[in-house]
Design a protein around this ligand. Structure first.
Ligand SMILES: [Zn+2]
Length: 94
């Protein structure tokens, strides 16, 4: 992939090789990537692919657990919650 119209978002320089390190649209040149990695900053951490997929996986796992629980009890829970919400609403409007 050629990024001729792109500049490194760290040094704002046109470089032959720019890469997107995270899932965002920011391009970084190799020397800046090396600099950041060497500095030990957690610069990539908030938006790395790994973190993204890990959080997605844990979400999926949670969803599975919820589904495997007794459907009737979860329905009952929902109704109870609904009733409580209604009560709260009538209280607040009073
Ligand atoms: Zn750079």
């Amino acid at each position: 992939m050629v990024n001729e119209d792109k500049v490194c978002c760290m040094c704002n320089e046109h470089k032959k090789f720019l890469s997107r390190v995270n899932t965002g649209n920011n391009y970084y040149c190799i020397s800046c990537i090396a600099k950041i990695n060497k500095s030990g900053m957690k610069y990539w951490k908030p938006c790395t692919d790994v973190e993204f997929f890990e959080s997605m996986l844990s979400h999926m796992k949670k969803g599975k657990n919820r589904k495997s629980t007794n459907m009737f009890s979860s329905l009952k829970e929902q109704f109870e919650k609904f009733e409580n919400d209604e009560r709260d609403d009538s209280k607040s409007t009073d």
